[in-house]
Design a protein around this ligand. Structure first.
Ligand SMILES: [Zn+2]
Length: 298
């Protein structure tokens, strides 16, 4: 998945692609699961899940934050942190130009939004990855934002929630991307020592260096139905081991059966389930600093 940027020349994408197939524009959408044409409003009303086959359409990071937090209100953190181009990387396009394009296209500085808010009344810090920004790839800025979020959790004794949606490490930053895996994992280790809960939500797709580090390190690893979750892609594995892969390989249900996940939760049930988990996991006796007053955004 990571190296796709290197190999393929892609036609420019519209911001909505990957989220909803646009046939025809506007009113109707084609479901990627059952291929039926559905009234878009019906899908939106159903938490962006196909009412016919339960296919979970991809959410933007902002939609995800709104759907999880009380009253859809959050305060964004560290939005001024973004990647530069330390390696002067170029494939068929300059990395710097790519970054600029994605910023324009998504209105975000990076492939992740970190924010604070409350969930069922519990103060919580969230990191939500944005797939539309370079495939949700993890560069040094994404790694830094996640680490800062974890340090805030440590400081304030509030739980952490990360929603992954990523193709993995960002190859345009080479080893600087890869070292984020160790950096974040070390910070999560400190969170674990202090007994602060970390809930990891894996959505379609969660692959590469993100799966190989924080996405799988949750106290609970919770996936959405039928999400693609893996390290290397199925084609690479098939070519390496020279065997046909079993049905449903690398999907949530398959991983659940093999003991890699704790729960598979429908999107409509996600918030209530997470609140139940928090009620069970949060240690009310930990000293908790009051959350910083700040600007809340809808
Ligand atoms: Zn469908």
């Amino acid at each position: 998945m990571d190296i796709a940027w290197f190999r393929k020349k892609k036609t420019p994408r519209t911001p909505v692609e990957g989220k909803l197939s646009k046939v025809p524009e506007g009113l109707w959408v084609k479901c990627n699961g059952c291929k039926q044409i559905i009234y878009q409003q019906e899908v939106v009303r159903n938490s962006n899940v196909c009412p016919k086959c339960n296919y979970h359409f991809r959410l933007t990071a902002k939609e995800r934050l709104t759907s999880l937090l009380d009253n859809g209100i959050y305060q964004e953190l560290d939005s001024e942190i973004y990647s530069i181009d330390p390696l002067k990387f170029r494939d068929h396009k300059n990395y710097k130009d790519r970054l600029r394009d994605y910023k324009e296209r998504t209105g975000l500085n990076e492939a992740i939004i970190t924010a604070r808010g409350t969930m069922g009344g519990f103060p919580i810090i969230l990191c939500v990855m944005e797939y539309r920004f370079m495939g949700g790839s993890m560069g040094s800025a994404v790694g830094e934002k996640v680490t800062l979020a974890i340090e805030r959790c440590l400081d304030e004794s509030v739980p952490l929630l990360i929603v992954s949606c990523s193709g993995g490490a960002r190859m345009q930053e080479g080893t600087l991307s890869l070292m984020q895996m160790a950096k974040i994992s070390a910070a999560l280790g400190r969170l674990h020592e202090k007994g602060i809960p970390f809930l990891s939500i894996l959505t379609d797709p969660t692959t590469g260096g993100v799966t190989a580090s924080f996405a799988m390190l949750g106290d609970l690893n919770i996936a959405e139905p039928r999400a693609l979750i893996g390290f290397a892609g199925p084609r690479v594995i098939q070519q390496t081991i020279r065997e046909t892969l079993p049905e449903g390989f690398q999907r949530s249900e398959f991983l659940m059966e093999k003991g890699m996940l704790d729960l598979i939760v429908e999107r409509s049930e996600m918030k209530d389930t997470l609140i139940r988990c928090l009620r069970f996991m949060v240690n009310e006796n930990l000293p908790r600093r009051s959350t910083e007053p700040g600007r809340l955004q809808p």
